[in-house]
Design a binder for this molecule. Sequence first.
Ligand code: SAH
Ligand code: SF4
Length: 333
Amino acid sequence: MAGWFASAGEKPYRLKQLKDWYFKRPEVKSFQELANFPKALREKLERDFAFLSLSLEEAKLAPDGSKKQTLLLRDSLVTETVTMPMDGYHTVCLSTQVGCPVGCRFCFSGRHGLKRNLTAGEMADSLRCSLPPSGAESLNLVIMGMGEPFYNYEALKTFLNICKDGFGVGSRRVTVSTVGVLAGIERFAADFPQMNLAVSLHAPREELRRTLIPRAPSEIRELLPALKKYFAATKRLVTFEYAMIGDVNDSLREAKELCELLKGFDCKINLIPLNEVPEGDFSPSEKENSERFVDYLKGRGMNVTVRHSLGGKVGGACGQLADRRNGDVPKKS
Ligand code: SAH
Ligand code: SF4
């Protein structure tokens, strides 16, 4: 943009003004609304650029206060974001891809494979559409929507830098969740040592994990050392995500194996009650099984929390985000 302003014969302060409009005035949606720009400049900008790369197609408000937004991209695909009010903070959950190539068996987001990566601009625009009224200061950003963030690392990196330097999001308030892309974990430690990392584990042994995540990018025996290295480099506790799936990974056997696996590693475990997805093969854990699981882990001194899932009523909970419009639910083959 700096180059464009210079070649259009405009003063450098126009760039600063444009940034202020973009980052500080999320209600502004077009060049026409830039009140301190002359009409001719607004028109020139409009001719050469799109102010936003997406538009709001639908917003659904759930009774729990969370909001799912479906955003229409220029090629008619959609991305979804979820905003959740939590403890005085607004948590915004963003996607990094349209679809997902990993195809975890309990997740709707990966049901149709990968359509394409989101660009950094599309991610920034989807954050901009989801900012709380109070602005970025009260924001928690979780990159836990559709897609595997570390399979789109370059765009993710650009976007996270825009979050810090443009929107003013505090690094410690950002969490990226990965299914275990080792190269991404290493780069993330070097590029964003103050941000948080969550890793989808879901099973304490390889063969069970493979049945749930058939295209897992790494094996547990490689993942653990990589995460220990991450912790040594950043001193930030890794959070292991573990979806509680009825009679699949929620028995005492898995609880014991999980303790054994993570023994001596300073980390957090976040148990996620399984959210129902269309045509899903799995059901959530029975209450007594998940309680027994939690009690066992707590009894062994593990740092364990249970995720309070929001957005389920509007298809906005973990694993429910889709790459298709509502109503276009895939038919059973
Ligand atoms: N692709 C990344 C980030 C997005 S998914 C990853 O897998 O980590 C965010 C979290 O939601 C992951 O831990 C994922 O395993 C979990 N999840 C997916 N489907 C779910 C479902 N149906 N119920 C509960 N959690 C689910
Ligand atoms: Fe992809 Fe994550 Fe869903 Fe697995 S859980 S299919 S990695 S989005």
